[in-house]
Every structure is written in C-alpha cells, then in structure tokens.
Design a protein around this ligand. Structure first.
Ligand SMILES: Nc1ncnc2c1ncn2[C@@H]1O[C@H](COP(=O)(O)OP(=O)(O)OP(=O)(O)O)[C@@H](O)[C@H]1O
Ligand SMILES: [Mg+2]
Length: 252
C-alpha cells in the first residue's frame, strides 16, 4: 500500500551549552494513505518535536521525512512552504491563530495563500467553521473566543485545504466530551470521504483507541502500543531485560 508519511532514522537533539539532549533517536515510522494513527507518550518525551519534524516546521538533526514519497527536508524553503500548504494540515498544541483576524479569516488564510479568490476562500472557511460547530462565531477574533473555540478554529484551518495528511497535536485537549466527539466524527468523515490520513498526538486514551493504530514514543523511538503492554507484562512476570531489548528493536 502506498505511504503518506515515512520517517527514516529520524533524530533530533537540542544543545544547550555543553549539554546535548537527544529527543528523537533513529525513529522509524510508516503511515499508509488513509490511515488514522495515534501517538501517545509521557509529557516531554518528544511528541510535539516529532510532529514538527513530520510537518516540516522544524529541521531534523539527521534522517528523512517523506510525505507522499517527497523528502520534505531536501526541498528549498520556498518549495517546502508550498508543499506544506498543499499537502499537510497542522493542528498546533497551542493554536497559533492570528490574533488580528476573525475566525473566518484565520480559516480562509491557507486557501488565500493557495491563490483562491477571497470570496471563495471565505465561503469555504464559513462551511468548515460550521462543521466544527462555530457558525455563530465566524466574526469573532481569537481573543474573544474560549480555549476550546480557538482549538476548533485551529482544527478548521488545518482541514480547510483538504490535505492528504493532517498532523494534530492534542486536538481535543481543551474540549468537552460532546465537542470532542464532534471532532472525532469530523476526522472519521474526512477520512472516509477524502481518504485523509491523520497522525494524532494525544493524552486522551479514548480517542487514541478509536484510531486504526496506536504507537507510543519511548526513548526517542515509536513502538507499537500493543508490544508495550505485552512488554510490561513480560517484564513484570520474568524480570527479563532481553524482552525489553527485543521490543525497542521492533520497527513501526
Ligand atoms: N527548542 C528547544 N530547545 C531545547 N529543548 C527543547 C526545545 N524544544 C523542546 N525541547 C525539549 O525536548 C523535549 C521534548 O519536548 P516536546 O515538546 O516534544 O514534548 P511533548 O512530548 O510534546 O510533551 P507534552 O506532552 O508536554 O506536550 C523536552 O524535554 C523539551 O524540553
Ligand atoms: Mg507537546
């Protein structure tokens, strides 16, 4: 099956003074077109770092990210921005909305960058905001919206271009269970109608379990969640260190 996202030996280190922290360590991942993947892991383990590299928002220390078979970090800055706008929808952990623009203008922006006429872009933005339950807030600026409403504007902005891959950092983090359910249904519907792939970082295990596959970020690598659970029970039962080694070598 063709792949929407492939990460090959992806590594990222941060240097502060003499101290180097390796956040991602030869991480491997393949995501099929149309797949829904959940990424879980403890706070600070590197989930946002991974998502930023996968979305071409940050540069790896080494390794490759291929989206629809294009090595995105080999592109020029200009090509990469254009590629991101056309193929990737990014839902940030902390929204990053433009404060001086209305919700509708924020959502219309990626379409205007693509060269769509403002009228057409604003209409598509209105329809997308309707789908996330915000048709009554289209003229509000981010500062006039609640945290969950801002999150939904950010979701609408990521989905409005109908990208082939959506990378979402805690998309339901600030939402009540009814609104989170609405967002989940939207994800499912886009997945079904447009074969959109989603990689969703989340601490919400209910949402994670509703995706097609779950992986966990541990010590800079992504491991299948099922192996982690098995590994924990094997370690508990036998105290063996070999089993831990076996799981961390497995590819995702
Ligand atoms: N620009 C940076 N400079 C130095 N260290 C950084 C930088 N960005 C992230 N880190 C470090 O990398 C590690 C991973 O951060 P990251 O934001 O990816 O974690 P996370 O898994 O998304 O956590 P959370 O669940 O809390 O959002 C952290 O220890 C963080 O301090
Ligand atoms: Mg994070």
């Amino acid at each position: 099956m063709s792949k929407v996202l492939q990460c090959r030996q992806l590594s990222k280190s941060y240097k502060q003074g003499d101290i180097e922290t390796k956040v991602l360590n030869d991480l491997e991942l393949s995501v099929d077109k149309g797949e829904l993947l959940a990424v879980v892991g403890s706070s600070g383990c590197g989930k946002s770092t991974f998502l930023h590299l996968a979305g071409a928002l940050d540069t790896p220390s080494s390794g490759h990210v291929l989206i629809n078979d294009i090595d995105i970090h080999q592109l020029s800055d200009k090509e990469r921005s254009k590629f991101r706008n056309q193929h990737i929808g990014f839902i940030y952990q902390f929204h990053h909305l433009m404060m001086e623009f209305s919700a509708q203008e924020n959502v219309a922006m990626p379409l205007m960058i693509q060269g769509k006429k403002p009228k057409q872009a604003l209409l598509a933005a209105k329809e997308m905001l309707d789908q996330v339950g915000l048709s009554h807030r289209i003229d509000y600026r981010p500062s006039q919206l609640s945290g969950g409403e801002r999150q939904r504007v950010a979701i609408a902005r990521a989905l409005v271009t109908k990208p082939s891959l959506v990378l979402a950092d805690e998309p339901t983090g600030n939402l009540d269970s009814d609104t989170a359910e609405q967002i989940y249904q939207l994800i499912r519907s886009l997945n079904k109608t447009a074969n959109t792939s989603f990689v969703i970082v989340t601490h919400d295990l209910v949402l994670a379990n509703r995706m097609d596959r779950q992986v966990k970020l541990v010590q800079g690598k992504l491991l299948p969640l099922i192996d982690i659970n098995e590994q924990e029970s094997v370690i508990k039962n036998s105290g063996s260190e070999d089993s831990e080694h076996q799981v961390s070598e497995s590819h995702v």
